[in-house]
Design a protein. Structure first.
Length: 192
């Protein structure tokens, strides 16, 4: 089947699925979109081509948009693939496709870079706040003059205007983090 044929079949299934989800018969939908029940039946079963002048009223009657009816499906809208940054010792899964309220991003990170050593690594600052919870392993967080161990099941939240750096302690660690816009730019940008 061609890509157009796949999309055509998907649109037909969506029309029928939305109609049935509302508990409507072909007659019910036909009355709402000013088409005959036989025309709708032939559209749903593939015995008639779908014309744009038919699709728009069908979408409107079903409470959806043309875009939602005809958007093709790929697994990119479902599967979140990791981004590996060998230079920074991280693998990141950005879990929020769109920025959330106030531009926050949710990400899972696997950190393999070793714990930072005070004086050997420049501590960074940027506007905003960072929050993370450790899913597995232990994170060493250098925060100003303090060295803090954050273990699995614990969380940390801090102002990123305090110089900070973090890394894994005793092996890889995984964290779930919420980053504001500046934190996202700083922690998730590709290494240079």
């Amino acid at each position: 089947m061609t890509q157009d044929g796949d999309l055509d079949g998907l649109v037909r299934k969506r029309i029928r699925g939305l109609r049935l989800a509302r508990g409507w018969s072909l007659d019910d939908l036909a009355a709402r979109c000013y088409l005959s029940p036989s025309t709708l039946s032939r559209i749903e079963t593939g015995h008639r081509r779908i014309a744009l002048d038919q699709l728009a009223p069908i979408a409107r009657a079903l409470g959806t948009t043309l875009d939602e009816l005809v958007t093709s499906v790929s697994d990119d809208d479902v599967v979140i693939r990791p981004h590996r940054d060998v230079a920074r010792g991280t693998t990141t899964w950005v879990l929020s496709r769109e920025p959330g309220p106030h531009g926050v991003t949710v990400a899972k990170m696997r950190i393999t870079r070793p714990a930072p050593v005070r004086g050997a690594e420049e501590l960074r600052v940027h506007p905003g706040r960072d929050w993370f919870t450790v899913l597995s392993g232990t994170i060493v967080l250098l925060l100003g003059e303090r060295t803090i161990l954050v273990e699995a099941g614990e969380a940390a939240e801090f102002s990123t205007m305090i110089p900070h750096a973090f890394g894994a302690h005793g092996g890889p660690a995984e964290v779930l983090c919420i980053l504001d816009h500046d934190g996202q730019r700083t922690h998730l940008r590709p290494s240079t």
